[in-house]
Design a protein around this ligand. Structure first.
Ligand SMILES: [Zn+2]
Length: 424
């Protein structure tokens, strides 16, 4: 396992953190955080986790602090890991449930007129989050959340919003507390942040968490607008928060520190945009840019920009595809040979399947796992003893997973290996 990930089980220990005299964060109970704001005659809950089990665990902790009823639930955005425990917090009553009126921009959740490749997305979601991987050998965390969290009741407590907040946001008084709900598109277009001016607490949803931002999720997401997300960092800084409560990972305390973190985030995103765009203008292809565009070292080393969840390489590819579509600009790429044909011709040129297998073995013993995978895939594509090549692939994927710092990548490798093993 990557040495930095080894610290995650310790980091994501369950904890109720007090952010202000009447504001609490439930941390480490689920993939995402839950917030409770205690008012005069009731409480406000912000976000609700991905499972009813985790939500019940959080509620039990909150009930040690207050027995005031939950009057309002605010959802920062519609991703499953934030909306799925609402029914638990409602406790059989009918609290107001406030959410952004904007579409989520995430086809996994959006009910549209046109069918989407739902099954593909479900399969890939399972791989990205390592659902079913064993803790702590295969999964220690999701990059921005704990690995040992309840999975029972996933998606089970979703409640429809009782009221949708429009474009202009809203100043609202709930249980004697004045809050501002502000549209802040970032990770998704429907993001709505919660600003509590009196206590200078900002609950940001997933527009910030302590990892390089997930500008593309390998489970399969539509283009997340990079420039908008970067602009939103300025919007968040504009509130002048003294406590920042993110959707995942620990809260950030102190105006200067928050400013530093948010401007690093903004500058990181803008850097990727600028460098990728420059490269595209210089006729570089998507594959070339995925290798050449990096964060500047001073940003790459910041703990809140490590690639635990988002990954620079994926962001570069997403920006390219999101702005230019799939064609990389190289005429050779317009209509390449089928993988089968390319595999057969490659193997012939290499001197036969045995020669390729020898090279795969050599690459593996050199720790050159990506090359081993690329060579081995040609055996699979060409149908050269495909069962043996598939089981070799499973082994290589497990070997390659070991050094990954990016949790979605690590999980995708291991989960895919398991699928190949089951198939054998
Ligand atoms: Zn989230």
């Amino acid at each position: 396992m990557h040495p930095e990930l080894k610290a995650h089980p310790e980091y994501f220990q369950k904890e109720i953190v007090q952010l202000a005299d009447n504001v609490y964060q439930a941390f480490g109970f689920a993939a995402s955080n839950v917030y409770m704001i205690v008012g005069d005659d009731g409480v406000i809950i912000v976000d609700t986790t991905e499972t009813t089990t985790a939500a019940a665990n959080v509620l039990a902790e909150f009930r040690k602090i207050t027995d005031l009823p939950v009057k309002t639930i605010i959802l920062t955005h519609s991703h499953r890991d934030h909306v799925s425990g609402a029914a638990v917090f409602a406790e059989g009553a009918s609290p107001d449930i406030l959410a952004s009126a904007r579409p989520s921009g995430d086809s996994l959740i959006e009910e549209g007129a046109h069918p989407r490749p739902t099954k593909a997305q479900q399969m890939r979601t399972k791989r990205q989050f390592g659902i079913g991987l064993s803790y702590p050998d295969e999964i220690v965390g999701i990059g921005v959340g704990p690995g040992d969290r309840p999975l029972k009741g996933m998606g089970a407590g979703i409640m429809e919003p009782t009221r949708k907040i429009g474009e202009e946001g809203e100043k609202i008084t709930l249980c004697g507390i004045e809050l501002e709900l502000v549209m802040a598109p970032g990770e998704t277009p429907d993001h709505m942040v919660v600003w509590y001016p009196e206590k200078k607490v900002l609950i940001s949803g997933d527009n910030f968490y302590r990892s390089f931002p997930n500008l593309y999720a390998i489970r399969g997401t539509e283009y997340r607008d990079f420039d908008t997300w970067a602009d939103t960092m300025d919007l968040l800084m504009g509130f002048g928060p003294e406590v920042l409560g993110p959707g995942h990972t620990k809260a950030v305390f102190g105006a200067d520190r928050i400013k530093e973190f948010l401007s690093d985030y903004r500058d990181g995103i803008r850097h990727i945009v600028n460098e990728t765009r420059k490269g595209m203008d210089a006729s570089q292809t998507i594959d070339e840019l995925a290798h050449s565009v990096k964060l500047p070292p001073e940003l790459a080393e910041k703990p809140h920009l490590r690639e635990y969840y988002g990954r620079v390489e994926y962001a570069v590819r997403a920006y390219f595809v999101g702005t230019m579509g799939w064609f990389d600009g190289n005429p050779t790429s317009l209509s390449p040979l089928s993988p089968k044909e390319e595999g057969e011709r490659f193997i012939r040129l290499a001197g036969g399947a045995d020669a390729v297998r020898t090279e795969v073995a050599k690459a593996r013993s050199d720790g050159d796992f990506q090359w081993a995978l690329q060579l081995n895939d040609r055996l699979i594509h060409a149908g050269e003893d495909a069962p043996a090549a598939r089981s070799a692939k499973a082994e290589i994927l497990r070997e390659h997973a070991v050094s990954q710092i990016n949790c979605p990548t690590r999980h995708y490798y291991i989960q895919s290996a398991k699928e190949l093993e089951l198939d054998a």
